[in-house]
Design a protein. Structure first.
Length: 315
């Protein structure tokens, strides 16, 4: 099932310090549902084929200079047709004053006009980045998300296996908690997902036998973080005799989340194994792999060279 998400226009206005010049009657109820921005160059010239009216619209110096070369009647006609498509809002950058014909037609078609101080390119790029996050596909997984040496580790496993206890041990070692129990995962690009905690349980962690603790107050604000990229998924499973586990680490495992393939490991645990240390090594090893070094591949190559050399000497 495909879910669509939205963000309130008023939230974007506040976040990007935009100023309402003309508010539509439904200004407080306007929601943005498209994660892209348009600069209406062709539309101001009268070409509306393939026009996407659901996008926020931004004009700057180039568009304003072009419009100033037209007569008042031409501008009035352009904005009359442009605003008839019921765009969510028009943003004017660089503190440029809106043209009288623009305000006239905005009032006629009940369109919101906003003004921003930043450059047009900055407003466009910043808004797109924010909308990619606000409108990203998302899913909630039961697990724990921690940041270890800059790597986001998503710990998965059955309830009671020790995910939260491992997270607390990592906190004592100076690492950071993002989410415990429920992890909200958003797909922000075709190759990246990041996770955060639901607002209700953010900075809290549950330990069986102790109860719920506030990590920020117990360990300090340096022990928490609101969100982090998911760089590695750790599947924690009970050790089973006779089960075949990857001992060299040559097999590249991946877990698909929202269509993004994220590197993953399966770590079997038994009483006495120091899971926190294993997770630290897993984080550092994953970071090395991203930098182009693979210890397992190097070790295998050395073994092969050794046996090739020994085989050659025996004949």
């Amino acid at each position: 099932m495909i879910h669509s998400y939205s963000v309130a226009l008023t939230q974007l206005v506040k976040e990007f310090n935009l100023r309402p010049i003309h508010k539509a009657t439904d200004y407080e109820q306007i929601n943005i549902t498209v994660d892209d921005i348009s600069r209406p160059g062709l539309q101001l010239a009268g070409y509306f084929d393939h026009f996407e009216p659901m996008r926020l619209q931004v004009i700057g110096t180039v568009e304003t200079t072009y419009l100033n070369k037209l007569s008042a009647d031409e501008r009035r006609s352009i904005f009359d047709r442009y605003f008839s498509y019921k765009i969510p809002a028009l943003i004017i950058s660089r503190d440029l004053d809106p043209l009288p014909e623009c305000l006239e037609m905005a009032a006629k078609h009940d369109i919101t006009i906003l003004q921003g101080s930043e450059t047009t390119s900055y407003i466009v790029s910043s808004l797109i980045s924010a909308l990619k996050v606000y409108l990203a596909p998302r899913i909630t997984r039961h697990g724990v998300l921690v940041e270890v040496y800059g790597e986001g580790l998503l710990l998965l496993g059955e309830s009671g296996i020790g995910k939260s206890e491992a997270a607390v041990e990592l906190l004592k070692r100076g690492h950071r908690l993002i989410a415990d129990d429920a992890v909200e995962i958003k797909k922000v690009s075709s190759k990246k997902c990041f996770g955060t905690a639901p607002e209700l349980i953010r900075h809290y962690i549950e330990l069986r036998g102790i109860g719920v603790i506030n990590v920020a107050k117990l360990f300090g604000m340096a022990a928490v973080k609101d969100s982090a990229d998911i760089d590695l998924i750790i599947n924690i499973v009970p050790w089973r005799d006779g089960e075949a586990y990857d001992r060299l680490g040559l097999e590249n495992q991946y877990t698909d989340i929202l269509g993004v393939k994220i590197p993953s490991l399966t770590i079997p645990i038994t009483p006495g194994r120091n899971l926190a240390v294993i997770l630290e090594v897993a984080a550092m090893n994953n970071r090395q792999k991203k930098m182009g070094y693979n210890a397992a591949a190097e070790f295998t190559e050395q073994i092969n060279k050794h046996f090739d050399s020994s085989f050659g000497q025996s004949f």
